[in-house]
Design a protein around this ligand. Structure first.
Ligand code: SF4
Length: 262
């Protein structure tokens, strides 16, 4: 993993994402190495190598995090705040330590490393923590998210956070036919989260390499995806499951535009 240290000018970035005012990224790049990662468009502007082989570290982020900002803030959008490198650098922890405790902060991660910082998380008055959970089997995870913790670790993290009184949510993403175990995720997180956000795979941002892997390794999945009718049937099945079981879903994102596969 190539580590590039940078001094940033600011750490709170204004965003047009609905419901959010700022994003905060103390890292750019991510060692979880998800092959479908939407943030890899950043490679266009960074000449460091393949996505997942480098992480930019904003070493002055803790000082910049002291700025008093108002509104809803999301950590992070182009990295995972608890990716493996955080285990050594404690940068996310330093950023949190320097933030105003009144801030409205939402943290999203795929890693149980978030539980390490429970002492600081508990000091925030308006904090929610989300775990991305998709129920991939270990074989599938090793292909699609090789650097990210397994399903069980993410569930344990949610349980821990919930038991410690942290407001939690589950981000079921990406939903991919035959690979994402939506029902298993809901069963395993029952009583552990306040709500769910569901996001189907965004093919246009997931990139060519991801499509190639699907074609070579998961032909049945491709068969569903490339047939718009089958794909909509699949989406309807998932949607009906949530409705039938009164699962609290705050956002249901399909990314099914006219040319969703291109
Ligand atoms: S954890 Fe998120 S930011 Fe990191 S590689 Fe995976 S999708 Fe991208």
């Amino acid at each position: 993993m190539k580590i590039i240290e940078k001094e940033a000018k600011s750490i709170y970035t204004k965003t047009k994402i609905p419901g959010l005012d700022y994003t905060i990224n103390q890292y750019v790049g991510c060692g979880h190495r998800c092959v479908y990662c939407y943030a890899k468009f950043i490679n266009k502007w960074k000449n460091y190598g393949e996505w997942g082989s480098w992480v930019e570290v904003k070493s002055n982020a803790p000082i910049l995090a002291r700025k008093n900002v108002k509104g809803n803030i999301s950590m992070s959008s182009v990295s995972d705040p608890y990716q493996p490198l955080e285990g050594e650098l404690f940068l996310t922890r330093d950023v949190l330590e320097n933030m105003d405790r009144d801030i409205n902060l939402s943290i999203l991660t795929k890693s149980d490393l978030i539980t390490r910082d429970i002492d600081i998380l508990k000091q925030f008055k308006n904090l929610e923590a989300g775990l991305t959970v998709n129920g991939f089997s270990d074989d599938v995870r090793k292909i699609l998210e090789p650097g990210a913790p397994p399903h069980e670790a993410r569930i344990s993290a949610l349980k821990f956070l919930k038991d410690e009184g942290i407001s939690t949510y589950c981000f079921i993403s990406p939903v991919i036919p035959l690979l994402t175990k939506v029902k298993k995720v809901v069963m395993d997180t029952k009583g552990l989260v306040n709500n769910y956000i569901v996001e189907f795979i965004n093919f246009s941002l997931a990139g060519y390499e991801f499509k190639k892997i699907l074609k070579n390794r998961f032909p049945e999945t491709i068969r569903v995806i490339q047939n718009k009718k089958l794909m909509w049937n699949y989406i309807d099945t998932i949607s009906s499951y949530f409705n039938r079981n009164n699962v609290p879903v705050s956002d249901f994102i399909t990314h099914m535009g006219k040319r969703y596969w291109e």
